[in-house]
Write a protein that binds this ligand. Sequence first.
Ligand code: SF4
Length: 417
Amino acid sequence: MSAAPALALPELLAPAGNLEKLKVAVHYGADAVYLGGRQHSLRARAANFSEDEVRQGVAFAHAHGVRVYAAVNIFAHNRDLDGVAASLAFLQEAGVDACIVADPGILRLARQHAPGMPLHLSTQMNVSNREHALFWQEQGLARLNLARELGCEEIAAIRKAVRCGLEVFIHGALCIAYSGRCLLSAYFTGRDANRGDCAQPCRYSYALVEEKRPGQYFPIEEDERGAYVFNSKDLCLLGHLPVLVALGVDALKIEGRMKSVAYVAQTVHLYRQALNWIGGQQARGAGLESLTMPARFFAELANIGTRGHTDNFFLGQPDADDMLHGSARLAQSSVPAGIARTAEPLLVEARHTLVPGDRLECLLPERLQPLAARITALHDADGRPLAQARPSQCVRLTLAPAVQLAPCTLLRKTPHR
Ligand code: SF4
């Protein structure tokens, strides 16, 4: 019997919180990136992009065959609408490949002021059934980012019902509220999550106070730092990638425009390698249903900072095991050491204290396993010898073995060194 034809791999869609992260995502193999302007996107505290940076980001991404989507996905009050029309017109003129919208009012403005721009529906609209998906398809949306509360059978049913593109989150932070439509932050801090300014109170440590004993805090769970009652583990669908490819979703999205350069580098690198592995297996005639992601991918996953991992609703209803109650985050097995700025000489912006003798791992875009190297000498940018480099300092590294590292390459090390 002949093998089933190989299915096209979905687009790998990466967060770009600023221009540096966009370049890092491109370097590690993203097919597309999403970014936000200085207003109207749901990450008010990310650095975001000025108009000039949007143009630079689009030019850089397009030169590497990577698409750029711009989030204009706030739920706007009237006062938030100032400038939205001009922003939308600008994004179209700048060559952005699609806008991500949620508020139907902003969708309407996009139709008027950026009529040629494809529109993607944000996960904030919580598309969770086929009729909902059909509605937005009829409104002409090119792609729908599905609600994060869906199981794989629900995704399959929606896939069968619509022709428009479907996008699924595969990795990143989760809200305890319905796809982020949450009032906790506005209630506790006055910062509105639905206008991009969440203070993340679901990650705070909580305690119980008896009204006649003010100032005496009783832990809700037995932990000296308090109780993280609302703190969801992070989404990770790495083990389900073959199923997601088989379902025929068009794009796999990584959450995290507020996350670090190292997070962007490592998540894009990991999922690029994983998708390439699936593509390679398909090319050899393997059926997707028989594929299991090898352990080496999960070993690499352990290097990425996390609150622990959950597959959320993908296989069924999440329970208490999908929350991280004991702490805000888990310890990391490695930390970022630096980002390469130039290859020759090897100029690195340190992200950690570096000293000669440090053993580093260089994350290369063409392979899963990092390259091990040791620092044999450190010099400042003018060539003067250094005993150590401080975080954010640009230094010349001499490594053994001598390796050529392209700009944007992430170097990391174990925290105790
Ligand atoms: S407070 Fe937590 S659950 Fe609510 S929007 Fe912010 S991150 Fe999401």
